[in-house]
Ligand binder design. Structure first.
Ligand code: ADP
Ligand code: MG
Length: 715
């Protein structure tokens, strides 16, 4: 057996477990060894039975005096009860629902038990301890030490993983080669891989397990940096059209706007226009809080591109947003003679420069013909009929071909810009410039990792004259008052959002895990909609919106809300990005603790867009310190970046878009908070690439990166 051996060939793993492993993407012995624990349980406190303290985690060692399993008829559960004894005393032990235990553990067996003693009316007993047979000289796997706890996915227990992993590590120890370049291991004083694998699965101390985690964190980040920097290098060698700044047009555009651009908008726009002038492709992320005015900046870049004879593709995450961008861009560019197409799932539209201010329906075929364009027989020039094509993912279908694509704008598409652009420019030999936009503020450490291959422009200021949104946590018992307040706002002709964390309430008959139970209590859109529309506001127009609805239905509901036909919209987080409803003044959020700070901030940004005093009202049933801390942070700050940093600090990076697809193990996620680690890995990746850009000397690294690339392609 070696590291590349498929798990099929591991004799100790049966067919059921093989399937489960595959589900987790574990195909080889190596994958299995690199399946890391999520955390550790410290069972190293081995004590005599007489020293057991209530509610304290401990390990005891003793002989089983008796053991039996009964069925409790009332609750239909198996109850296994035992007594174990050492020289200092004896204690009762109970396990629930593990009837097979009496097959494994027999009277007179010596066992280690790790867990907590609790007290009830039946006395003191060890409750559901982890067991392990053996004697005091045994090399323990499950008890009496720091034990690894693995992510409980796909029905694989930590006990089973420990049982499988230990012999594998013993057998293969000598085949594990260092995966990082030796000079880096040395320079950064990292734990060598062989030792680190042992210490991560079966740590000999907290300190050493930490060193092992540090090593693997370094390694993960190092790969990401290497990948990102190589992408950047690769990209820098491509060619794209140099689109010189049409200063007069830009000035006319700025003059045509009904408002004055903020300094931050001007600065970002200038950075983008400067990038477009170069012969190598722009690769820029425009980051700006909700409502900071990214669309105008994007429209300016598109205009410049068009006036240099090239097309712009503008891709949005949903149909609603694509449509909104279409109308907004059409309005912004109405004096500049551009043809704009809208290509979405079903309904395509077109706005011709000839038909001023008029939008027409157009067939898909026609729109695609206009997009690819045709050669003028006299001048031999390519003439395209669409200057800007706006749409959803539909834009990257094979059928859509651009005649002369110069710029790709991606709204809220995050990481995959490079991929999507690749698809968009299949048909031509120059690479279009790429502008990604996001309202998700990304803390610096994360931006360096996740967007390390992009240049960054920030719109870090909101247009003047916006009123501060009043944010409040509503206390229990003030719900009625809040509903009265909402009624008053509706009387003033304002509109209300109500956000719920989930779509449906769980079926009561379902058996739920504890985590699911707490979810089940969370407010559901359907239930809340029923309540609000029938009981609380029967006289008002209440509508509901969620992700499981058909696109058309969603669009109609959004449209009605936008056209003020609805007073209250009860929704899941689907309204999160980009929707512009200037008349909305109240954002009411149920189960606020369920959302990340950055996301809450995004919701809040949906209101207060038109100068009316607006409100963000937070409801929560969670009274933990963490919730309190987080909601306070939201109340005290309007700065998306600060909130994102805070979120990272309090919750870790798990929820940030753009981190998941790197497949960083949970245990290493925390390392993303560590800016000095991120910078170190970036430096080391740079050094390696400087010395050996093709990684000729590093076959291990090349292999790893190609796996990375595959994973990203698959997303
Ligand atoms: P986002 O950055 O969230 O995409 P938008 O581009 O949708 O923001 O802009 C939000 C609103 O602000 C739009 O109605 C837009 O017309 C307006 N806007 C943009 N820039 C300015 C500005 N400098 N002054 C005033 N209003 C602006
Ligand atoms: Mg937007």
């Amino acid at each position: 057996m070696n590291l590349a051996t498929p798990i099929e060939n591991i004799p100790r793993i049966g067919p059921v477990f093989k399937k489960k492993l595959k589900k987790l993407g574990i195909k080889t012995v190596q994958d299995l060894l690199f399946h890391f624990p999520r955390r550790y349980e410290d069972f190293s406190n081995l004590i005599p039975i007489s020293k057991i303290k209530i509610n304290e985690i401990c390990t005891v060692y003793g002989k089983i005096l008796e053991i039996k399993t009964n069925r409790t008829w009332k609750r239909r559960m198996f109850l296994t009860q035992a007594i174990i004894e050492d020289e200092t005393g004896a204690i009762k032990v109970t396990w629930f629902n593990q009837p097979y235990l009496t097959k494994v553990l027999k009277k007179e067996d010596n066992v280690f038990l790790s867990g907590k003693a609790i007290i009830s009316k039946n006395g003191i007993y060890l409750s559901n301890p982890i067991y392990e047979k053996g004697d005091l000289s045994s090399d323990l796997t499950h008890t009496g030490r720091l034990i690894p706890v693995y992510p409980e996915t796909a029905g694989l227990s930590s006990r089973w993983l420990r049982f499988i992993l230990k012999p594998l590590l013993i057998n293969l120890e000598n085949q594990i080669d260092e995966t990082l370049p030796e000079e880096i291991v040395k320079e950064y004083n990292l734990m060598p891989v062989k030792k680190a694998l042992w210490e991560i699965h079966f740590p000999s101390s907290v300190k050493l397990s930490q060193k092992a985690q540090d090593r693997f964190s370094f390694e993960e980040l190092f790969y990401i940096q290497l990948f990102v920097l190589r992408e950047r290098n690769r990209f820098n060698q491509e060619k794209s059209a140099s689109l010189l700044i049409k200063l007069e047009t830009i000035q006319d555009f700025v003059k045509s706007l009904p408002f004055k651009l903020t300094d931050a908008q001007k600065k970002s726009a200038w950075q983008i226009l400067k990038d477009l002038e170069r012969q190598r492709p722009m690769n820029r992320l425009l980051e700006g809080d909700v409502g900071s005015g990214k669309t105008v900046v994007a429209a300016m870049a598109a205009l410049n591109t068009i006036k240099q004879g090239y097309q712009t593709a503008f891709m949005a995450p949903t149909e609603i947003l694509a449509k909104q961008h279409f109308l907004e861009v059409a309005k912004l560019l109405q004096d500049f003679k551009v043809n704009i197409g809208l290509l979405t799932g079903k309904q395509d539209q077109f706005r011709s420069k000839k038909l001023k201010n008029q939008v027409i329906e157009i067939s898909r075929k026609k729109l695609l013909e206009k997009t690819i364009g045709e050669i003028n027989p006299h001048t031999k020039d390519l003439v395209v009929g669409v200057d800007i094509l706006i749409g959803t993912h539909a834009l990257i279908q094979d059928k859509v071909k651009f005649g002369k694509l110069g710029l790709v704008i991606l709204d809220e598409q995050h990481r995959f810009g490079v991929e999507q652009r690749a698809k968009l420019c299949r048909s031509q030999d120059i690479v279009p410039h790429l502008l990604s936009m996001t309202a998700t503020p990304i803390p610096r450490t994360l931006a360096l990792t996740v967007y390390g291959d992009l240049d960054l422009s920030l719109i870090d200021e909101l247009p003047k004259g916006r009123k501060k949104i009043i944010t409040k946590v509503i206390k229990q018992g003030e719900r009625e008052k809040t509903y009265d307040f909402i009624r008053k706002e509706v009387k003033k002709k304002r509109q209300i959002f109500v956000i719920c964390p989930r779509i449906e309430k769980n079926d009561d008959n379902e058996e739920l895990s504890e985590a699911q139970m707490s979810w089940a209590k969370v407010k559901a859109v359907k239930e809340e909609y029923e309540k609000l529309s029938k009981e609380i506001f029967p006289d008002l127009k209440v509508k509901m919106l969620h992700g499981k609805m058909a696109t058309k239905e969603k669009e109609n509901i959004m449209k009605d809300f936008k056209n003020k036909k609805t007073d209250i919209l009860v929704s899941t987080s689907v309204i999160e990005v980009g929707i512009d409803i200037p008349n909305a003044t109240v954002m009411m959020i149920e189960g606020a603790e369920r959302f990340g700070l950055a996301q809450l901030h995004q919701f809040r940004g949906r209101v207060g867009r038109a100068g009316y005093q607006s409100y963000c009202l937070l409801f929560t049933d969670s009274h933990t310190k963490k919730t309190y801390q987080r909601l306070r942070a939201l109340i005290n700050s309007e700065d998306g970046f600060k909130l994102a940093e805070k979120d990272l600090e309090i919750r870790g990076p798990g929820d940030f878009s753009g981190t998941r697809q790197w497949g960083i193990p949970d245990l290493m996620m925390n390392s993303l908070k560590n800016i000095s680690l991120v910078e170190k890995t970036r430096e080391s990746a740079k050094e390696i690439l400087l010395e050996d850009p093709q990684l000729k000397k590093y076959s291990q690294l090349r292999a790893k990166l190609s796996r990375f690339r595959q994973r990203i392609h698959l997303e």
